[in-house]
Design a protein around this ligand. Sequence first.
Ligand code: ZN
Ligand code: ZN
Length: 195
Amino acid sequence: MARQIEYPCVYWRSGCTEKVTLDLKTKHESACPYNQYRCPLIKVPVVNCSWTGNLQNLKKHLTEVHKEWTHEYKGSFVTGLVDIKPSRRYCYIILAYGEIFYRYFSVKNDNLYGVLQHIGPKENAAKFRYKVTFDNKNDTGSITICHVARNFEESMDEIRETGRCVKLHFDVVKSFVNLKNNLKFQMEIFRNESK
Ligand SMILES: [Zn+2]
Ligand SMILES: [Zn+2]
């Protein structure tokens, strides 16, 4: 009987009037349109934006306020990491398939790590994959790595430890860096076909 009691959604202060049973509470709240998100660029020291709001407004906020940090995905694109060196970090917002992604590359402990994190309900991250291709036209080799997107709330340390990201030894990376010390690569994002 107790399970049939309905509770207000945790985001009622933000305007959600939904009442849900305990069974459905978590499910509703992770997808609730009133769920409050922080601007992902709060993680970037030079930006340190303290904006908060719902997911719909976050997209608007990113395209209006952080245009230079945001890429509207229209298919495979060439992108890069400028002046790459150990201990550098690179953040970028990518809007693709109507969703918001946070791309994070970092050089740590002699490795280059890269991940695409989905911002939104946790279960939606697994619906997207990304592919990066490093190709040194002057040389013979190329490297392509494909991974499933992770959720934005997942810690980068955990993603690095579990290897659920791009990971390349910095010695390997060096052979793809151009004379200006920029690392260029091709990037593609896929949405898994829903069954
Ligand atoms: Zn709600
Ligand atoms: Zn912001």
